[in-house]
Design a protein around this ligand. Structure first.
Ligand SMILES: [Zn+2]
Length: 316
């Protein structure tokens, strides 16, 4: 759908039960940007007839409410099963430990030594295990019950939700992290406000989320959106809308980095096959130096698949 067509459809035609006032800025006006199937868990499963619309006030996009999964999905094994991932701690670590270098790179050169840190939506705590040796104290916020016992055994102050951590730790966290979580939550504005309350003055928050300015969104405007938009993600950000969301919670964006997690073969496979090729190489293109240039190019252009944004809480 073109922007002109979208304007013709008009914000007034959207059902306010599906698109209530914006959680970030309170605006009531939404412009549809996508109508069609969205991914429901692993590739191949779809929910038909979904609508994604963009807030006129702040530019965040959201999926219509009835196409979203209920938040209760995150408290038991259902969410990981939906994604075809492990629901036990050891299995999660096997899948996710190798992915943590990307996050450590984004933390660099900030040091966490001697700090109170928190990971909001930490799952089985892979990232925390890599940084806990430096930290003075570690707070793990994770609604998924299957992971909580192991998080406690590892000495992390463990809570279901940020609201629980606020009872004990308000204003004390010096660096909070939340990787690939904000796109799932019911209310991203309130989500960031609560994390802001957790932060000490001058404390930092590093967020990651899928980048809706991913190069494949513009290269394949017909075939990629039904994969990018998905039932488990209620919210879709670009760098501008993510920074506005932080500012609405009283946080100042201090650094934005883009990270692309795939080599050039992934993009070429999408263009050739119109489907995800994961990390499968292509003959003649399996070259780490080529992939490095490709990733760096997309990171500079802001068209990589993931946004990392660090915010600071004002000191007074
Ligand atoms: Zn808004």
């Amino acid at each position: 759908m073109s922007v002109a067509q979208a304007m013709d459809v008009g914000a007034a035609s959207l059902d306010p039960e599906q698109f209530p006032s914006c959680s970030v800025c309170g605006d009531l006006a939404w412009i549809p940007v996508y109508e069609g199937p969205v991914r429901d868990g692993a590739f191949g499963n779809i929910r038909a007839d979904a609508v994604v619309a963009e807030c006129v006030g702040c530019g965040v996009q959201r999926l219509d409410e009835s196409s979203c999964h209920d938040d209760a999905v995150y408290t038991d094994a259902a969410y990981r099963e939906l994604l075809g991932e492990s629901v036990d701690t050891n299995g999660f670590h096997a899948e996710h430990d190798p992915l943590q270098l990307e996050r450590l790179n984004v933390v660099n050169p900030m040091t966490l030594r001697g700090k109170v840190i928190a990971d909001i939506g930490c799952a089985a705590g892979s990232f925390l295990d890599f940084v806990s040796g430096l930290a003075r104290s570690v707070i793990a916020v994770e609604p998924g019950k299957p992971y909580q016992g192991s998080l406690r055994q590892r000495g992390y102050h463990t809570y279901d939700f940020t609201s629980g951590a606020l009872d004990d730790c308000q204003g004390s966290v010096e660096h909070a992290f939340s990787f690939q979580v904000i796109e799932h939550v019911a209310e991203p504005g309130a989500f960031l406000s609560q994390i802001s309350d957790l932060l000490a003055p001058g404390g930092r928050l590093t967020i990651s989320t899928p980048n809706r300015s991913d190069i494949l969104m513009s290269l394949l405007p017909e075939d990629y959106p039904p994969f990018f938009y998905r039932s488990v993600h209620r919210w879709y950000f670009c760098a501008d809308s993510l920074s506005r969301c932080g500012r609405a919670a009283g946080l100042i964006p201090v650094e934005t980095r883009f990270v692309h997690r795939f080599g050039v073969a992934n993009t070429l496979r999408w263009l050739r096959e119109r489907r995800p090729g994961g990390r499968d190489p292509l003959p003649g293109l399996d070259d780490p130096a080529l992939d490095s240039v490709w990733r760096d190019t997309l990171a500079r252009e802001g068209t990589a698949d993931t946004i990392y944004m660090t915010f600071e809480k004002p000191a007074n």
